[in-house]
Design a protein around this ligand. Structure first.
Ligand SMILES: [Zn+2]
Length: 224
């Protein structure tokens, strides 16, 4: 391989690998807690996918189980029954999380016109919102700027990204630094703790997807 071929090979390899977010892996995490999750009955809130989203955090030592009654759940997932609306600047709100365990999902944003659920997006959005309930109440900035301790590609970035359907090293750090006061799980045992703050010291999450406005086709397409 000559020198320019090596450079080209390195660039091509980097284009595929360097830009991809890294997955956080921990084959033997210390068990922290069992998280009890209640899901309101709704055909577009599949409980197995909620649990799968929650278990994106299993390498941090959490286990997620479904519970049949709302008052048994430290995390409670409900539908936000409204139309999925994209603002003129391309921002769509997908879900909300509030300290104390409640997550509401704008289910209309997850189904297409044939009422088929986008399972990948649903699972990741639930993983993100449940991450807040673990006490990660600040989003992880994607850009690393001076003075920012935890940053980079993360499930806990402020906007949904299809390619991040797992937790990353930045998510792991954010989890380690989470605010236990506002978390539905503690570090001291298996029992999850229902924690309903009476005031609003912590801002909840409004999780959005940002898509640029559709552009006109490239002029090239009009040339015959
Ligand atoms: Zn969020």
């Amino acid at each position: 391989m000559n020198r320019s071929a090596i450079v080209l090979f390195a660039v091509a390899t980097c284009l595929t690998a360097c830009s991809a977010p890294k997955r956080y892996r921990n084959p033997s995490p210390n068990h922290i807690a069992i998280v009890r999750v209640w899901v309101e009955q709704n055909k577009n809130l599949p409980p197995d996918l909620v649990i799968s989203g929650c278990e994106m955090w299993k390498d941090k030592g959490v286990q997620c189980v479904l519970v049949p009654h709302k008052d048994q759940g430290s995390v409670r997932v409900v539908p936000a029954l409204r139309t999925c609306a994209r603002s003129p600047n391309g921002v769509t709100t997908l879900a909300y999380a509030n300290p104390g365990g409640e997550i509401s999902v704008v289910i209309d944003c997850f189904t297409n016109d044939k009422n088929v659920l986008d399972r990948t997006m649903f699972r990741s959005v639930l993983g993100h919102e449940i991450g807040h309930q673990f006490g990660i109440w600040n989003h992880v900035p994607q850009k690393c700027e001076k003075g920012v301790a935890v940053c980079g590609d993360a499930l806990m970035n402020p906007h949904y990204e299809e390619k991040i359907d797992f937790i990353t090293p930045a998510d792991s750090l954010a989890f380690d630094a989470r605010e236990l006061k506002w978390a539905v799980i503690t570090n001291d045992g298996e029992k999850s703790r229902f924690n309903a703050p009476q005031n609003h010291e912590v801002k909840g999450c409004v999780y959005t997807r940002v898509e640029p406005a559709p552009k006109f086709p490239h002029p090239f397409f009009f040339i015959k």
